[in-house]
Design a protein around this ligand. Structure first.
Ligand SMILES: C[S@@+](CC[C@H](N)C(=O)[O-])C[C@H]1O[C@@H](n2cnc3c(N)ncnc32)[C@H](O)[C@@H]1O
Length: 258
């Protein structure tokens, strides 16, 4: 599939070091899924991409079918994880899968959906679950948070336009390479209430919301990455402040169908 490299597949250890350990988002998913997914549950993962978190759970024997628009590094994945099962499936348009699942897992997907598509998606996922089944869903960046909005709308643009040129001038004088601002795409940002209301309309009840990954938003700041991260004491302080703007919010919804 476009844009995906097949490096890091020499061994299982290299795979998880390359794709899981370096990503606070995937580490958060791993912590969440390891404690919320019952061992015997029959699971469907939609838009699984490289299936990083799913493979971590398939390895010790969890029952998960992965799906996406297309497979990624299929031969390499099967060589390392022979029990990997993948179905090419457009979760928005294709006919529903012939079997029902106890759990549907959606990671890093609904930020791609506008409000109407989100409604359509939630209805389809409800139909794909066994009666009373569970949908585990995340969304990135907290649109509810005053601090996250301040960072997005004011601080980061100022940092990119005003601070970066001075920092790069200093670096040039020192003979160092220029730094670049990394643009992260958050896609559609929803508040907790918006997601819960959409899920209720699609026939779900909310069981829980878990807030995770308190560094990802800070990490978007150049100043944070290049100075503060190197001072462990300050990092602890920023992680505490980051609790006000969690990057990963995991929702547990139960289907009302009985
Ligand atoms: C941001 S990636 C998330 C991948 C993975 N779940 C993760 O968290 O690392 C979004 C994925 O959604 C998939 N996708 C987009 N539209 C889709 C659709 N209609 N049906 C199934 N997958 C879709 C893309 O192919 C891509 O792999």
């Amino acid at each position: 599939m476009g844009g995906y490299e097949c490096e890091g597949y020499s061994s299982k250890e290299q795979f998880f070091t390359t794709y899981l350990q370096g990503s606070s988002r995937h580490i958060s998913y791993d912590q969440f899924l390891s404690s919320h997914l019952p061992e015997k549950a029959r699971c469907l993962s939609i838009a699984s991409g490289r299936s990083i978190n799913e493979l971590k759970l398939i390895q010790p024997g969890r029952d998960i079918i992965c799906t996406d628009l297309d497979s990624i590094c299929m031969a390499e994945t099967l060589r390392l994880f022979p029990s990997f099962r993948f179905v090419k499936w457009n979760c928005m348009e294709d006919a529903l899968l012939p079997e029902s699942f106890d759990f549907v897992i959606s990671l890093g997907f609904i930020t791609l959906l506008d409000a109407d598509s989100l409604k359509h998606f939630l209805q389809r996922m409800n139909s794909q679950l066994t009666p009373g089944g569970t949908l585990l869903l995340d969304t990135a960046s907290s649109a509810d948070s005053f601090f996250a909005n301040l960072l997005h709308d004011y601080y980061l643009p100022i940092e990119a336009r005003c601070l970066l040129p001075f920092l790069n001038l200093y670096r040039r004088l020192k003979g160092r390479a220029a730094l670049r601002v990394e643009f992260k795409h958050h896609g559609f940002r929803y508040t907790d209430d918006e997601i819960v209301a959409a899920a209720k309309n699609a026939g779900f009840t909310l069981e829980n919301i878990d807030y995770m990954d308190f560094e990802n938003e800070w990490d978007r700041s150049l100043i944070y990455r290049h100075f503060l991260k190197r001072v462990p004491m300050l990092r602890g302080l920023f992680l505490q402040l980051g609790k006000r703007m969690p990057y990963v919010r995991m929702f547990t919804f139960r289907s009302k169908r009985l």
